[in-house]
Design a protein around this ligand. Sequence first.
Ligand code: KIV
Length: 264
Amino acid sequence: MAKITTSTLQKMKTQGQKISTITAYDASFAKLFDQAGIHAILIGDSLGMVLQGQDDTLPVDIEHMAYHTQCVKRGVEDTLIIADMPFMSYASKEQAFTNAAKLMQAGASMVKIEGGQWLMDTIQGLVERGIPVCAHLGLTPQSVNVFGGFKVQGRDNDKALAMIEDAKALEAAGAQLLVLECIPSELGKAISEAVTIPTIGIGAGKDTDGQILVMHDALGISCSYMPKFSRNFLIDTGDIKKAIELYIKEVSNGNFPGTEHIFK
Ligand code: KIV
């Protein structure tokens, strides 16, 4: 497989090819996912929940993220590496520049930040300084306390329209990828059509340009709870690499997500 860059993902959107991405936090899983042909790996701040056993992502700090980014980098040859900027690490532009630099120096090729139009200056500043940005809208887990829980977002019309405007603004500011989490599938479709950058959905329906899953969900390791939008691919294959190959195939041929995985 050739090295995957932001241009590869952009070209995939243009050609109507679905993008498959997954989280990873260490070298061994990252290597397997890379060999299986995954297009991008996210070192998600979900590591707070699935590795550290926290209730949410808020306790994760930049040193945790840099450490796991270094680990993933050692396992990867071709896959694009995206690292999450943790809670309050981009509250100001200056903080964003300093902390994003740590993740890029740890091995990321792109950073991800959660939020809408208030991030436009930050995104523009990061891109001007050579740091590609993935934006994240919908259920942005760092705002769980504002939302009053992990709830589907954008269900009412005003909120849905505001999210479409946010998506366009983030693209205009220079974001090159957009994660959409837990929104009605119709809104996932509308946003994916409203922007030219690739959209990557998790609980955002089948019409986004790609999908992302937390690896623990895709492999059924989060045994106490399986989110509605996820699927255990290990159960069908009994082998981790084959499970990820199946995930990529099912995303590519439009079988995942199925109607049982989407929100209305
Ligand atoms: O932290 C994470 O794993 C994420 C994905 C769920 C998109 O942000």
